[in-house]
Design a protein around this ligand. Sequence first.
Ligand code: FES
Length: 312
Amino acid sequence: MSEVRVAGQKLVVEPGANLLDALQSAGLPVASSCRAGHCQTCLVRSESEAVPASARAGLSAAQQQAGWLLSCQCTVAADLEVQLLDPSRDATPATVHSVDRLAPSLVRLRLVAQRPMRFAPAQHLTIWLNDRLARPYSIASLASDPWLEFHIRVHPHGVFSQAISRVEAGETVHLGAASGHLQFDTQWLDVPLLLLARGSGLAPLQALARDALDRGHRQGIALWHWHSDADNGCYLGDALLELQHANPSLVLQFRHASQLSQDLKTLRIASRRTVALAAGSPSFVEQLRRPLFMAGLPGRQIIDEAFATSKA
Ligand code: FES
């Protein structure tokens, strides 16, 4: 058996146990979401050399040096001393600027960070309401915008989404560090972009399109959005049409989810140099891979981000 010392407690755990499971089973306040090493919601800190390298994979050098690790990716192989993340100490406070409805079950949350934050549009970060209630969301705004924007699907029984949809202007939440590979790369300035979003997957991809255009992207950008009945069409339709009006190289396709399969059968890419970026549910992202490959795109030119499936 191994011992995990944390928050004044000594937890006795089976060798090979998952650290996140051990902490949550003990009733300790550790939030989690993807449980797959992507979202960074489950961060804890430990200086122990017994932490496997895989538990720090994907973290920045600064995070690793500070001892942070992803508890969902940490197998307990020896005794460990662990510090829990305290959002009020370890995350960036942000003031709620506004919360408004984009669609019946979709809210737009705008936050003003109380300290400078480094991020790229379309990356994701964790929003903490308190030390147990946290969720990662994609950044839907640019660094030049006066706020950080997020599009949040509100689920009828989602504890986090229900709570965040009721926050009021002036309240404080806390933000984790931005991370994730979904972001515009200036090496793509002369490369056509194919952006494929379903539902609130539009949040990061419209931000990426705006970022690309702001940086002087010189090739075509095709942005496809598949929506369900719940959203009454593309929830950002008017804003995107305005963006297209100012940037004729942007081609928009607003489609109903029922048209997705047929659309993928007829998918054509502008050039073999095209980079495709996709965001949405895991099944949506999975559904795209084969048609994109069959259309001639090698795997390295397909970048996707699947949202966590649990309805938080
Ligand atoms: S819950 Fe551990 S990285 Fe997402």
